[in-house]
Design a protein around this ligand. Structure first.
Ligand code: PLP
Length: 437
């Protein structure tokens, strides 16, 4: 049965026609939502409505400056409510994106010389791997044969390090396989062994509810990060949420105006968090955009969005599975433990060529390659260290990778059908397509 999104008309650009290689135009299909999402109409409208009031915040005494400051500051409470962060104990720090948020936290935590081990996982985006590497001893929770996180290995490692783990840092959902991690079970385990937990919510936040839970709960999420550009508000803002005390007393990650109370040549008196971590002129328009997106997503209901996308993802998986030689990297567990992200390959056609064919023949945007999750895909594909070192040394060796389709709340099943039909054709006529491109 066809699945039509009731949310399609909320999104900008969904009916935009794109040129094909044959000179014809078709309505573009965007299956690259895990990378970034188009803006909502409500976001554009709020930006337009706010623009006449925009002004420099915090330091201005003018009416517009005060109004802009209020929007910026009150936005923190809206964001806290969205993920049920603690109203008084947590701070929301505005960053550029998830990557900057994790870099910031890693910098702050490095200054606290209590425990020096970070437990990351084999399925992380590089944003939740590289910032830790130069500052801590980093170990990785392993994955099973399907690419799912091993909770047994997590507990073994927590025991092995005997209380030395500062943080378990884990993605809420994978940007490669779409697997959702059991973040509350992971939080419980981390807390049992006196570690904190950071959830990388970049993929989770646009698709399903997140609840940071009370501090008293063992399931409490200590830190959460996400990016607005994956939530239909692509205007350069992200957030880091965590306990205020983490950021008190430490050197800020970025230093300059706006982060201080008073400075002389003899001393620097830093401001309190979150302001201390937000040096420079802040991205107020980005905050306005994020707040507008949160308003629209919340009025639909994150659970409603999740339910809609679950239907579509199962429709897509069923269709893709019907293609004879396709290999999917997504289908191991319970139906509900996943997001609308499917990585696949079609043996005999390089991922880059396949992605190009989909674009040129049908105006379908997918992503190909290693999706900034190199170690995860290397493990999923079973690539040996020897092979990796050959690839690194020789730029002529084709880089391994996959093709990824990722859904948003506005995608429909007829778009999925177009992709599946074309993949069927490509699979049947590989030589002809390879010759053509
Ligand atoms: N974490 C995950 C799971 C992601 O999918 C991404 C981006 O794709 C990031 C982190 C980095 O997000 P950003 O590029 O917004 O910093």
């Amino acid at each position: 049965m066809a699945i039509h999104s009731p949310f399609r008309n909320l999104v900008v650009g969904v009916d935009r026609k794109l040129p094909l290689v044959n000179g014809k135009y078709v309505t573009g299909i965007n299956f690259d939502n895990a990378a970034t999402t188009p803006p909502l109409h409500s976001v554009m409208e709020e930006l337009g409505d706010f623009a006449p009031w925009y002004s420099s915040i915090h330091r201005g005494a003018g009416y517009k400056s005060i109004l802009s400051s209020d929007v910026y500051e009150e936005g923190r409470d809206v964001i806290k409510k969205f993920v049920n962060a603690d109203h008084t104990r947590d701070v929301v720090i505005y960053t550029k994106n998830t990557t900057e948020a994790i870099n910031l936290l890693s910098y702050i935590l490095e200054q606290k010389d209590d425990k020096q081990v970070i437990l990351s996982t084999d399925m992380e985006h590089l944003a939740n791997d590289l910032p830790w590497r130069d500052k801590f001893l980093v170990d990785y929770v392993s994955i099973d044969e399907f690419g799912k996180l091993s909770l047994e290995d997590l507990e073994m490692k927590l025991i092995h390090y005997g209380g030395r783990i500062k943080l378990v840092t884990v993605t809420g959902a994978s940007n490669v396989t779409g697997y959702k991690n059991p973040i509350y079970k992971i939080a419980k385990l981390a807390h049992k062994y006196e570690a904190k937990i950071l959830v990388d919510g970049a993929q989770l936040a646009p698709h399903c509810p997140i609840d940071m839970k009370d501090y008293e709960s063992l399931e409490h999420l200590d830190y959460l990060v996400f990016s607005a550009h994956k939530m239909y508000a692509p205007f350069g803002i992200g957030v880091l949420i965590g306990p205020k005390e983490t950021f008190e007393g430490e050197e800020p990650y970025c230093k300059g105006g706006g982060a201080v109370k008073l400075v002389s040549h003899q001393f620097i008196a830093w401001d309190t968090p979150p302001h201390k971590e937000e040096a420079g002129t802040p991205n107020v328009m980005g905050v306005v955009a994020l707040l507008a997106a949160i308003k629209t997503l919340s009025s639909i209901g994150m659970q409603v969005i999740d339910n809609y996308e679950q239907n579509l993802i199962h429709y897509a998986i069923a269709g893709l599975t019907s293609i004879p030689d396709i290999k999917l990297y997504c289908c191991a567990g319970n139906k509900e433990d996943r997001l609308g992200i499917i990585a696949f390959d079609l043996p005999g056609i390089h991922h880059e060529l396949l992605a190009n064919i989909l674009s040129h023949e049908a105006g379908i945007a997918v992503r190909n390659g290693l999706f900034c999750a190199h170690p995860y895909i290397e493990k999923l594909l079973g690539i040996t260290n020897q092979k990796l070192s050959d690839i690194q040394k020789n730029p002529n060796v084709p880089c391994p990778g996959l093709v990824r389709m990722s859904l948003g709340l506005y995608n429909n099943s007829d778009e999925v059908d177009i992709l599946i039909d074309l993949l069927h054709q490509i699979s049947k006529n590989k030589k002809a397509y390879i010759q053509k491109y």
